[in-house]
Design a protein around this ligand. Structure first.
Ligand SMILES: Nc1ncnc2c1ncn2[C@@H]1O[C@H](COP(=O)(O)OP(=O)(O)OP(=O)(O)O)[C@@H](O)[C@H]1O
Length: 636
């Protein structure tokens, strides 16, 4: 039955795409699958890579059931008319949309509003050749054709360094797909775009209830790093999880925690410990900023569902402390997520009982190592459970052995050293491998203003490379200081970017930039630590839902911030080192989506960009914005 449906759909989509080759700029196609009733079985896994002029939409690892419904529809559908109504049809299981100028930024928003954020997945890939769009040309096979998933996941990546130097400049513009094509090269590196594993969540040893929640929340296939981390943590290891930005590290540690803590956990065979509320905290998750803390809470809540929301409690700075303490007392959460200062503060006041805590997560661990957090981190490490293998402390006999989970896209050697003293024989978990920390050679964050030795820099390059999503495109643009904001504006228009994060280092300049952008008709907003918590939350909310096009911010937003629609990151001021560059850049191109990073700098700063390029092992070619296009400038 299931295969039959899958097969029908395969044939149907094949025919449809064969009839509608994508040849020109104006043609766009979106494929949306709504998956409501599945129980996590893979009936049919669809892999599509579709070339559009402005937007790339494809969906990976989806399942569908009601093909019949689709076949009743007439194509092409009127795309812009009553889209929300179509999406809202209760019977809609699968929807294909054809048409001109599909509003790439609005569609995810519309569908999110109608179906809820997690029901629709977007994965993007670039098809390098201007060939008719067919399933074969997209490398698509049905799951009963014994697809090698890794093969199918491979995409072409622009390799700027291999391009012919004949032309002086190549254009990438929102209205010129031809121009964009000239930037792509004859010889391309093969890489994987979406970091999905070839296996399913059900193979990870997770409890049934959690599998059902994953399914209901729209998480269909684990990412590579989730597939590597979950079983390792479930086996009881302390771990350092390192994989590139936007690859799903949060769920990689949340899933094993939720397997053992809270209402979704595995039931013990004799049902012991199921009744009666526990009074103490089972898991403490520490994040360096309140925004990141709140984002993690939302991710936990997605899985817990509305009825069990109170199992997790946020303890972030800037919010009312006594209210947080009251909530702790009243709700007795099993999991707390917070910033180091607030957790340490409430713990020191005796209002947070963590000695029987079994999980300690340090998200963005390299940031948590910084001097600012030293005292608070010391308290947390001393009072949250006890390091596995360590002696119980003081008079309290019931210190639980904790699993220490340290997470970041960038793991300098200082983290490896800290991990050894905070955990017990921790393992390093990366997307496709798990290894002992001993096998990691010393390296460190790269300060771009200091010279580096040859061997050192190659190790650092390796480390930095693994922190960047492979599909990101990087450019730099030289301009005068007073023209930077105008260059940003031209950049936004040339790339037709819908959701932009512009990074700066100083609050005053940041405010000026927002003012100038607004004066030039671009909806912009500032986000930095000097703002109150309400202003920060409101701005972020507006940016997430598309009301703000350009968010001008500082390092506060460089880590962890997950806005799927962000399609452009701009460095209006240079980051301090390659690690900061990687985290800033990682706000775009999340989970295999397309993304561009443009560094706008002055002539005397170009040497810094060259250094970044070398240290990160990526091309960051020079570009300019003329005639509404991004033109790559060839170097002699
Ligand atoms: N298996 C999955 N299927 C679909 N979406 C997923 C999956 N895992 C994670 N995501 C989504 O991918 C996005 C990025 O995940 P997450 O924020 O955990 O990345 P990260 O690796 O922690 O990034 P960073 O290093 O920037 O903090 C989130 O919106 C998350 O909900």
């Amino acid at each position: 039955m299931g295969h039959d449906h899958g097969h029908k759909l395969f044939k149907f989509v094949s025919k449809l795409l064969a009839k509608n080759p994508i040849r020109n700029v104006a043609f766009e196609l979106g494929v949306y699958f709504y998956h409501a009733e599945s129980r996590g079985r893979t009936l049919f896994q669809l892999k599509l890579e579709i070339l559009f002029s402005k937007s790339f939409f494809a969906i990976l690892g989806c399942q569908c059931y009601w093909v019949e419904l689709l076949q009743k529809w007439k194509f092409p559908l009127p795309v812009n008319n009553n889209l929300a109504k179509m999406l809202a049809l209760p019977s809609t299981r699968l929807l294909l949309l054809f048409g001109e100028s599909l509003p790439s930024s609005r569609l995810p928003n519309v569908s999110r509003k109608v179906w809820g954020q997690t029901r629709v997945r977007f994965v993007s890939r670039v098809n390098p050749d201007n060939e008719p769009l067919t399933l074969a040309s997209l490398g698509y096979k049905s799951d009963f054709e014994k697809t090698n998933k890794n093969e199918a996941n491979k995409i072409e990546r622009p390799d700027v360094s291999n391009e012919s130097p004949k032309s002086k400049s190549r254009s990438i513009g929102s209205n010129s797909i031809k121009a964009e094509k000239t930037v792509r090269v004859k010889k391309s590196l093969e890489i994987e775009s979406a970091p999905f594993a070839a296996k399913s969540f059900s193979e990870l040893g997770l409890p049934l209830l959690l599998l059902e929640r994953l399914d209901a929340a729209g998480f269909m296939v684990p990412t590579d790093v989730q597939f590597a981390a979950v079983p390792t943590i479930l086996k009881g290891h302390d771990v350092v999880i390192q994989s590139y930005t936007g690859s799903g590290k949060t769920l990689a540690y949340l899933l094993p925690i939720l397997s053992e803590v809270g209402p979704l956990k595995k039931k013990s065979p004799n049902g012991e410990g199921e009744s009666g509320k526990k009074k103490e905290i089972d898991a403490v998750i520490v994040a360096p900023s309140r925004e990141l803390g709140m984002q993690i809470v939302r991710e936990v809540e997605k899985l817990l569902g509305p009825e069990d929301k109170k199992v997790v409690q946020q303890l972030v700075g800037g919010a009312n402390r006594s209210r947080q303490e009251e909530a702790l007392k009243k709700n007795k959460p099993a999991i707390v997520v917070g910033t180091p200062g607030r957790i340490a503060e409430i713990s020191a006041a005796g209002k947070l009982h963590t000695h029987s805590c079994r999980f300690l997560v340090l998200d963005e661990v390299d940031e948590l190592l910084s001097f600012n957090f030293r005292e608070d981190m010391h308290r947390i490490l001393e009072h949250v459970g006890r390091r596995s293998g360590a002696e119980p402390r003081g008079s309290v006999a019931k210190w639980a052995e904790r699993r220490t989970i340290m997470v970041s896209a960038t793991v300098p050697y200082s983290v490896i050293r800290a991990a050894r003293s905070w955990g017990s024989d921790p393992l390093l978990v990366q997307a496709k491998k798990v290894m002992p920390l001993e096998s990691v050679a010393p390296s460190g964050p790269v300060n771009i203003l200091k010279p580096t030795s040859g061997s050192d820099s190659s190790m650092r390059t390796q480390a930095a490379l693994q922190s960047l999503p492979p599909a990101l495109k990087h450019y730099h643009c030289v301009t005068k200081l007073q023209h930077k904001v105008d260059t940003l504006r031209r950049c936004v228009h040339a790339l037709d970017a819908k959701s932009v994060i512009a990074f700066m280092n100083h609050t005053k300049q940041l405010k000026d930039a927002v003012f100038k952008l607004e004066a030039r008709g671009i909806v912009a907003a500032e986000l930095h630590g000097d703002l109150g918590k309400l202003a920060r939350s409101t701005t972020l909310k507006k940016f997430r839902n598309g009301e703000v096009r350009v968010l001008v911010t500082n390092e506060l937003s460089a880590r962890g911030l997950d806005v799927a629609e962000c399609d452009l990151v701009v460095n209006l001021e240079l980051p301090t080192d390659s690690i900061h560059y990687a985290h800033r850049a990682g706000r775009t191109g999340r989970l295999g989506r397309k993304g561009t990073v443009v560094t706008i700098c002055e002539e005397p700063e170009v040497f810094v960009v060259k250094k970044l390029q070398k240290q990160l092992g990526i091309p960051i070619p020079a570009c300019e914005f003329t005639e509404g296009k991004l033109n790559v400038i060839e170097e002699d």
